[in-house]
Design a protein around this ligand. Structure first.
Ligand SMILES: Cc1cc2nc3c(=O)[nH]c(=O)nc-3n(C[C@H](O)[C@H](O)[C@H](O)COP(=O)(O)OP(=O)(O)OC[C@H]3O[C@@H](n4cnc5c(N)ncnc54)[C@H](O)[C@@H]3O)c2cc1C
Length: 488
């Protein structure tokens, strides 16, 4: 970084933000990494941290950064798994949780407009007072913000009923590369056939096109009842086909998660601690499908009974014997009181990090992909944590898959092997007509490979970036470069 430019930018930021602009190392350390596996020698201190509270303040910050050509990296909960917030080219970390106010609850239209730094947890606490909820809920919802959900296009426990963030989003305010606050989207309408769909560009842009400061989102009535059940299946493929059949039968399923046996072991840690025994899963079972149903009690009971009959009668599945195991799994997914470092191993990730290749695949390739995962992981010496298939589009099975391993991030070699593993898994996804990332994003891992995935349209992505961010200041080193994974 050009030190003179940084000094000038810092002085200008001080005049706008006072004590909310700092170069103190103690503050900068808090913005030096996310939850992606990396060795301690590879953490990146931003040069400056700023804590704006309004869109106008973000506008001023970006104007200063543009004038001095200093990078700007939006930072939210810091729970990203791909290095999206890594300031490896230096610059200004923008703490987005400073703008966290709910601006309008429009119950007549079932819309909420909020500043983008609010966490999903806090938004839901506010909505619950009016009997409403925002069902887009990654497990990390206690720390993860609305702005970051838009930024990295993450997924949600309830994706099978409600979809991904774009399914809720009507418009955003985004501060672009010259410090212009743009309202992008379709006001409060659910769809629009006019113009180009710029909102789609914002989703998943990982802070490379601008800082999202406000969002208008659809909200829903809180369901009266929820039931969660587990089914052991003879294969992963059977699990997905049975879900297809349940949905084709007209049943409304709120969430569906298909786990391999190893992954269940990870999720049932709390169960084993509490009951001092392994969950009772038959030897023949290759997969465990968890379904949840929510709504009015009689409808939920009927849906559960009908879905169970389909699974048992048509696919030879069995209901899991212990509801405690199912409840323990659900608690780890949904009620997760995620407080970093206060949880027990393995949830705390103190000893080893959870690392994943997050691939989007055609649903017919899941079984084959699982076998290849076992081979590729063992080739790179990875300690297998297991695979989960998430369903992230309303009312249809989709394969957004987490292929997870434990990474010993105290060893540089182990971290390097993890990224070799991700590289080979990504190549497999493209070979199988899928995508390299379905919910984590490029971060500082995959950008250099986007040309492989997107072919000739990649050049249009570069042009779009230049239009929104002519100074190239927004989150440099992402989308078009890879830091860890090299070579095509
Ligand atoms: C325990 C745990 C559970 C998790 N569960 C899930 C899960 O169920 N589903 C899932 O998809 N992921 C999950 N993740 C990964 C991660 O939580 C999500 O990707 C989440 O969206 C990151 O949110 P964050 O607020 O921590 O964002 P950060 O890591 O701070 O930022 C993520 C990206 O968004 C950009 N960004 C942030 N705010 C803005 C903004 N206002 N404008 C523009 N860009 C912005 C950042 O620059 C960065 O590129 C989990 C992680 C952990 C540690």
């Amino acid at each position: 970084m050009d030190e003179a430019a940084l000094d000038q930018a810092f002085r200008a930021l001080k005049t706008v933000l006072g004590a909310r602009a700092t170069r103190a190392k103690a503050h900068r350390i808090g913005y030096s990494r996310d939850w992606s596996p990396r060795h301690s020698s590879h953490i990146d201190l931003p040069d400056i941290v700023v804590v704006p509270k309004t869109t106008d303040e973000v506008v001023e910050i970006v104007k200063i950064a543009y004038r001095h050509r200093v990078p700007v990296v939006p930072f939210a909960g810091g729970t990203g798994m791909g290095g999206g917030v890594a300031a490896w080219k230096g610059g200004i970390a923008v703490e987005t949780k400073g703008f966290d106010q709910l601006l309008e609850l429009d119950e007549a239209n079932m819309m909420v407009t909020t500043q983008a730094g609010i966490t999903i947890w806090a938004l839901n606490e506010e909505l619950a007072r009016s009997g409403l909820w925002f069902p887009h809920q990654p497990e990390s919802k206690r720390a993860c913000t609305i702005g970051a959900s838009i930024g990295c296009d993450n997924d949600s426990t309830f994706g099978l009923r409600y979809g991904k963030i774009l399914d809720y989003l009507s418009n955003v305010v985004m501060v672009t590369g010259k410090g212009e606050a743009l309202r992008i989207g379709r006001r409060k309408a659910a769809f629009s056939s006019t113009g180009y769909k710029l909102l789609d560009l914002v989703v998943g842009s990982e802070g490379t096109l601008g800082v999202v400061t406000e969002a208008t989102l659809r909200v829903f009535p809180l369901p009266e009842t929820r039931l969660v059940r587990g089914y052991v299946c003879r294969s992963l493929d059977d699990g997905l086909r049975s879900l297809e059949r349940v949905l084709a039968g007209g049943i409304c399923v709120e969430s569906a998660h298909l786990n391999c046996r190893q992954r269940l072991h990870f999720y049932t840690h709390a169960y084993r601690e509490k009951y001092q025994r392994e969950p009772d899963i038959p030897d023949w079972a290759e997969a465990i499908l968890f379904l949840s149903f929510a709504g009015d009690e009689d409808v939920v009971n009927f849906s559960l009974e009908k879905a169970t009959r389909i699974l048992l009668d048509h696919f030879g599945a069995e209901e899991t014997k212990e509801q405690e195991m199912v409840d323990g799994w659900w608690a780890s997914k949904h009620s997760l009181d995620f407080i970093p470092f206060r949880q027990k191993w393995p949830d705390s990730q103190r000893e080893k990090k959870f690392g994943a290749a997050d691939l989007g695949l055609p649903i017919g390739r899941v079984e084959e992909a699982y076998q290849r995962f076992l081979e590729i992981a063992s080739k790179w010496g990875q300690d297998i944590l297991g695979m989960t298939v998430y369903n992230e589009a309303p009312n249809k099975p989709t394969a957004s898959i987490s292929f997870a391993v434990f990474v010993d991030d105290s060893s540089e070699e182990s971290v390097a092997n993890f990224y070799n593993y991700v590289k080979e898994m990504s190549a497999m996804a493209l070979e199988m007509e899928g995508t390299m990332s379905s919910y984590i994003g490029d971060g500082d891992r995959l950008g250099g490979f986007n040309e492989l995935e997107h072919g000739d349209s990649y050049i249009y992505m570069k042009r779009i970036k230049e239009m929104f961010d002519p100074g190239g200041i927004f989150n440099p080193g992402k989308k078009f470069e890879s830091r860890w994974i090299t070579g095509a």
